[in-house]
Ligand binder design. Structure first.
Ligand code: MET
Ligand SMILES: [Zn+2]
Length: 767
């Protein structure tokens, strides 16, 4: 019999139980024991769900209160001294590393003030991990034994699980050197780190674990030779240790072929490869499976929500069986299911036809099981027939094809993606219109999304208040935000985005060709979840989406208000895309819809328009090569299609956050002003890359993911530091990202200090 495996299950709970619990804990509303109890309940429910679905190989240690990489940092004591010194309980140290912590001293607790570690995108997904940060003083040791505890917890429920750990090479390679140890190559710590893997794996074996899933996702990246070599060092060492569980070396999100030599012949029990993302790697990847090793065939998509095609998948798995025999093949999800919503059955409002095309994490359990049964020769004909029916219906659906949209995309020409004049010509015209001072200040768009806003949005959704009442409410929120910005004296104002639940979903809901869920949450980072809309068909904009709010905001102030849109790439990346046409076409369809919106805003008197592209970087194909080169061209083109229809003195802004963006990619957009994440960087080389770039740049000066308030001195020092490398004439001042997750109090204090810092330099440089 061919076994079925699931590499990990969403840990947020079917109704976001984890978010509610962690946030309640942070706010002091529940105790740590209550928090842990919620975690335990979620784990138990997930394991039982998988067992009841008939999954043979179920993961444990896929749970995390914040992030699985951060868990490892704490487990291995990769805790920078600035956190360790407070001697907090481990869970609080973990949260402090993840989100920063600032609290005043009380009778029982000392004061804490520490920023969060860097947060980075998990490969090309919209999940973010907390970057391991190593220094010369890092002393590896085990703090607790989370993987063992959770394994035992499942065992107690009568469920044998396969613990999952991110492997040593990925853990080091995904990390970085801390500020005080910039000469440190994290990989040089491998020898010191490996004994901890041995120790934890021994404990797992002693607890009864037979197999472990060790994730080495960096295998899908271009790796320098020393990183490639590290696989041999690491896994040979683990292979030499007696009494460890069987290691299943796991990769996902791409092809391993360029790194095949590095993992060939390792003393592991088997390999897992992602054949959803990289089916073409089959022959080569399968060729390294040794006589006593298994191949886990990742065939059920862990990253998208489309129903699996059973016939096609079974045929694929059968190729592996023909080569290796039934005993050595496992049918698996391509990656952890962390990136998909929990359960399609929670969707009550979804069109029945569409629902029949989708599969969420819970449904995917049945998919792996069914495919495994099918290739084992069990009779699953009813399931196969229903599946074939659904696949066929989707291909032929009238919800999908729109000839007018297809024709418009076909007629796109170069002119559409080029501004009327180059930046050098536009700049003086814009300067004349706006007359900004040096170091102009602005924010990135959203202001705190208070409880009141959420309550009113829900009331409106449920029909408890009328459209008119809701509009009044939104206007009052906009007014509040405008007055606030005037009061603290920002230069370019925003309307605050109170009407938006989410920057992509809000537009998705107004674009034809999109479907959206009511409960399809996916973890983005920590307790932040997103509900990606689903691109089901050709995309178009029936009517203006954001004009009303921006125009209202502009009507009540003399200062310039910038319109706020989400760019085509971000709309694409933060949605579940179609898998039946390419991403470029979907991006261009979105770009055309947004172009109409940009032009409508301009006509309505909004002369600064920001088109956010925070997901530009995450869309970049993971490896160098033709696909990546093509992406950088079409992604920039999509942005320019959206933004090039405006007059020269209309100012286009764009915004990027949480990503190591290549300045080249930013430049290709030709936006007049770009804001980039900078609160956790102070890399002069990075700044220098922008020195010769004529367009203007806003450095994100504080971390909006953290409630801590930077002082005036902190802002001043930061700006001073950037000015060593970057000229004052092109320097904008702004936060790192939107403020929607923050409270009002800290927002007021932070922005006030930020504006004061800008004014300080304004005076200094005007002399
Ligand atoms: C993740 S980027 C967010 C940009 C958006 N305009 C906001 O301020 O919320
Ligand atoms: Zn942002």
């Amino acid at each position: 019999m061919v076994k079925s495996a699931v590499l990990g299950f969403p840990r947020i709970g079917p109704n976001r139980e984890l978010k509610k619990a962690t946030e309640a804990y942070w706010n002091g509303k529940i105790s740590v024991d209550e928090l842990f109890k919620v975690g335990k309940e979620i784990r138990a429910a997930n394991w039982k769900l998988q067992r009841d679905a008939g999954v043979d190989i179920i993961a444990s240690n896929d749970f995390s209160f914040y992030d699985q990489i951060l868990d490892l940092e704490v487990l291995f004591n990769v805790i920078p001294e600035r956190y360790a010194k407070y001697d907090l309980p481990l869970i609080d140290t973990l949260f402090a590393m993840g989100r920063g912590l600032q609290r005043k001293a009380t009778e029982t607790e000392k004061a804490v003030d520490v920023t969060a570690l860097e947060m980075v995108k998990w490969f090309d997904s919209n999940y973010h991990y907390v970057r391991p940060t190593f220094s010369h003083s890092t002393t590896f040791k085990l703090n607790g034994q989370k993987p063992v505890d959770e394994f035992l917890e499942a065992k107690e429920l009568g469920i044998q699980t396969r613990p999952v750990l991110v492997g040593p090479v990925s853990f080091l390679h995904l990390g970085k050197a801390d500020k005080d140890s910039l000469d440190l190559d994290p990989l040089s710590l491998l020898d010191k780190l490996l004994p901890l893997y041995v120790e934890i794996l021994k404990k797992l074996a002693a607890a009864g674990a037979v197999d472990v899933q060790i994730d080495e996702p960096v295998l899908v990246l271009d790796l320098p030779q020393n990183v490639q070599d590290a696989f041999k060092t690491a896994y040979t060492k683990l292979g030499q240790e007696a009494g460890l569980p069987n290691i299943i070396l796991t990769s996902y999100f791409g092809t391993v072929v360029p790194n095949l030599e590095a993992i060939k012949g390792l003393p592991v029990g088997g390999y897992h490869f992602d054949f959803v993302r990289a089916p073409e790697q089959f022959e080569q990847a399968a060729s390294i499976i040794g006589d006593n090793q298994t191949l886990s065939v990742g065939i059920v998509d862990g990253r998208n929500i489309w129903k699996n095609n059973f016939a096609k998948s079974s045929e694929f798995v059968n190729k592996a069986i023909a080569k290796l025999g039934q005993d050595r093949v496992v049918v698996a999800t391509s990656s952890s299911l962390l990136h998909t919503p929990v359960d399609l059955e929670n969707e009550k409002n979804l069109d029945a036809e569409l629902k029949n095309y989708f599969s969420f994490a819970t449904q995917k359990l049945t998919e792996v099981v069914t495919i495994a049964k099918n290739v084992s020769g069990e009779d699953v004909s009813a399931a196969l027939a229903a599946n074939a029916e659904a696949i066929k219906a989707r291909t032929n659906s009238s919800l999908i094809n729109d000839p007018a949209v297809q024709a418009r995309v076909a007629s796109i020409d170069k002119k559409m993606s080029t501004r009327a004049a180059p930046f050098a010509t536009r700049l003086p015209l814009q300067q004349k219109r706006f007359n900004f001072p040096l170091f102009p200040t602005t924010t990135i768009g959203s202001f705190p999304q208070t409880k009141d806003i959420r309550i009113n949005r829900n009331k409106f959704a449920k029909g408890a208040i009328t459209a008119e009442e809701y509009e009044k409410f939104i206007e009052s929120e906009i007014e509040k935000v405008i007055r606030f910005q005037e009061e603290i004296d920002l230069d370019v104002l925003v309307h605050g985005e109170p009407e938006r639940n989410d920057m992509v979903q809000y537009f998705g809901e107004q674009i034809k060709g999109y479907a959206f869920t009511t409960n399809g949450w996916v973890q983005s980072y920590g307790s932040r979840y997103v509900r990606p809309p689903i691109i089901v068909g050709d995309l178009s904009r029936p009517k203006a989406m954001s004009v009303k709010e921006s125009v209202y905001a502009q009507s009540i102030t003399k200062k310039a208000v910038k319109g706020m849109l989400t760019g085509p790439i971000t709309c694409l990346r933060w949605s579940f895309p179609r898998d039946d046409i390419d991403q470029k076409t979907q991006a261009f369809q979105l770009a055309l819809a947004l172009r109409d919106e940009v032009n409508d805003l301009e006509v309505a008197g909004i002369k600064i328009i920001q088109v956010d592209e925070p997901a530009l970087r995450e869309g970049l194909p993971l490896r160098e090569g033709t696909e990546r080169a093509a992406y950088t061209v079409w992604a920039a083109e999509a942005f320019r299609i959206a933004t090039s229809g405006v007059a020269n003195d209309t100012q286009i802004h764009s915004h990027f956050c949480y990503s190591d963006l290549d300045p080249k990619h930013i430049k290709a957009l030709d936006a007049d002003v770009v804001s980039i994440e900078f609160s956790k960087k102070d890399d002069a080389n990075y700044i220098a890359e922008f020195r010769d770039y004529p367009n203007h740049l806003g450095f994100g000066l504080f971390d909006i993911h953290s409630p801590r308030v930077p002082s005036l001195e902190e802002f001043t020092a930061k700006i001073e530091n950037i000015l060593k490398t970057y000229p004052a004439e092109k320097f904008w001042v702004n936060p790192d990202c939107g403020l929607k997750t923050r409270g009002w109090e800290e927002t007021r204090e932070s922005l006030t200090n930020m504006v004061a810092a800008a004014k300080h330099f304004r005076t200094k440089y005007q002399k």
